[in-house]
Write a new protein. Structure first.
Length: 218
């Protein structure tokens, strides 16, 4: 079911609960769309109200992005951080909209992001920790340029992260993801970090583990 009436285009899977359902918001990666992660929906807990969001920047010839990435070999890989912050705040606004539009529990929200969507999930939760409860960050990393200066002053006691990465990821180096653990430890944020022997993707055992992790937290 597609909904275009809110600020971001999205598709939904209804919850088995009539109201106050735990909400799972999916944020896809660079060059993909809202149908990508939605393939997980049928395998996830039926009480979850699932929303898979389409990133706002259309790419050619197809696909969407949350922010531009420049792959110029001379300059190295470069991200448009201002565009990324704008998308981070757009997702925050979207969360406020969906908690009014749908019968979901605004105090039980999980973000599930892959790659660029994962980077934004980190950024949103660490900037606005009051908005979300759980974060599932797949094949991403913490881009500290998207975070506020007052991290140490924020209350992260309600947050919980599941972070995973492919040990042979050719798109986002696993070393970048490994820096997440000391970073989250420094802020005393609850988390689990796992690696799987795959590239830039989600291994079946990775999916089973995140599903089990989530089932204990919704």
């Amino acid at each position: 079911m597609t909904n275009t009436s809110l600020s971001l285009q999205h598709i939904i899977r209804e919850s088995s609960l009539k109201e106050n359902a735990p909400l799972l918001i999916m944020l896809h990666g660079y060059g993909s769309d809202e149908n990508d992660l939605f393939s997980f929906a049928n395998e996830l807990q039926e009480e979850l109200f699932i929303i898979s969001v389409k990133a706002p920047i259309a790419m050619q010839p197809f696909g969407n992005a949350w922010y531009a990435i420049n792959f110029d070999a001379e300059k190295g890989k470069w991200s448009d951080n201002e565009q990324a912050k704008a998308s981070r705040d757009l997702i925050m606004k979207f969360i406020d909209e969906v908690t009014v539009a749908y019968r979901v529990n605004k105090d039980n929200i999980t973000l599930l992001g892959f790659s660029q969507g994962s980077i934004l999930a980190y950024a949103l939760a660490l900037t606005y920790p009051e908005k979300v409860k759980n974060v599932i960050a797949l094949s991403g990393y913490v881009n500290q340029d998207l975070l506020p200066d007052d991290l140490q002053n924020k209350n992260y006691s309600g947050l919980n992260f599941y972070c995973s990465h492919g040990s042979v990821d050719q798109v986002i180096p696993v070393d970048w993801a490994r820096q997440t653990v000391p970073f989250l430890n420094d802020l005393n944020i609850k988390h689990k970090y796992s690696e799987f022997p795959v590239g830039h993707g989600v291994a079946p055992q990775n999916f089973y583990e995140l599903k089990e992790w989530l089932s204990k937290r919704i």
